[in-house]
Design a protein around this ligand. Structure first.
Ligand code: KIV
Length: 264
């Protein structure tokens, strides 16, 4: 097993796992200093491409962004979302997961839970492809957003799914939008780490979409904490640049490229 994956698993019950999403090198380089896991999420469909859901992201899109992200990664575990329809048969799942790993040199793939596709996880793991599971709100398969685990029956169903995914060989599971009680029961009853998003403190780690927590995406559900307001910061800079161009204050002599040096 990849030593980075071993390290993630060893954090269970010891220290919280920090994860965020990245879609490009510059952001990945910053995240890599702090995060245990960097995820190239298919949320890039909404966040970067402006689609209304994650369904239109294809294998080429995710590979291209991961190639960029990989250039910024030195130490964190690089996990890549398999796009919708790229793992809907065993043959396709193996072919596409291998392609993602071969083209991007990422460490693992993530697949969303749907029906009995824990069997796909089992197959991939047998082929030595590390897999992260994802249960609860799974945007590739659920149209309507809903907090999951609100009844005993729902919690038992989620727990059963988590156990099947663990047994299939996944090294970790994302719990998206679960009640804190469901998250606690799952986290307590499986041996692999749970990474929560909108699922309370009762998880072994947390993940957020980076553009959301930076205040850039404009998507701020209750579970997102905005750690800064990049929208405002960027707008301020763009406004200042606009004013300086119009007033001929930019560029100054020091910004001209009329010498042999590119930089000062
Ligand atoms: O696509 C994504 O960014 C994700 C996270 C929200 C877990 O799957």
């Amino acid at each position: 097993m990849n030593s980075k994956i071993k390290k993630i698993i060893s954090k269970k019950n010891k220290s919280k796992i920090v994860s965020l999403t990245a879609y490009s090198k510059n952001i990945a380089k910053i995240l890599d200093k702090y995060c245990d896991i960097t995820l190239v999420g298919d949320s890039l469909a909404n966040v970067l491409y402006g689609h209304k859901n994650t369904h239109k992201i294809n294998l080429n899109n995710i590979i291209q962004h991961t190639v960029s992200v990989k250039k910024g990664i030195k130490k964190s575990l690089l996990v890549v979302d398999m796009p919708k329809n790229s793992y809907n048969s065993p043959k396709k799942a193996i072919k596409n997961a291998k392609l993602i790993i071969q083209k991007t040199k990422c460490d693992a793939v993530k697949i969303e839970d749907y029906k009995d596709n824990f069997k796909i996880i089992e197959l991939l793991v047998k082929k030595k492809i590390p897999v992260m599971g994802h249960i609860g709100y799974t945007p590739q398969f659920k149209k309507k957003f809903k907090i999951e685990g609100q009844s005993l029956k729902e919690t038992q169903y989620l727990l059963k799914k988590a156990k099947l995914i663990e047994r299939a060989g996944a090294f970790s599971i994302v719990l998206e939008c679960l009640t804190s009680s469901a998250a606690k029961q799952i986290t307590d009853q499986i041996d692999i780490p749970t990474i929560g998003i909108g699922s309370s403190l009762n998880c072994d780690g947390q993940i957020l979409v980076t553009d959301d927590m930076l205040g850039l995406s404009g998507f701020y559900p209750k579970f997102v904490k905005k750690y800064t307001n990049l929208n405002r910061i960027i707008e301020k800079a763009v406004k200042k640049y606009t004013r300086e161009v119009k007033l001929k204050k930019f560029p100054k002599i020091s910004n001209f490229l009329n010498g042999p040096k590119l930089r000062k």
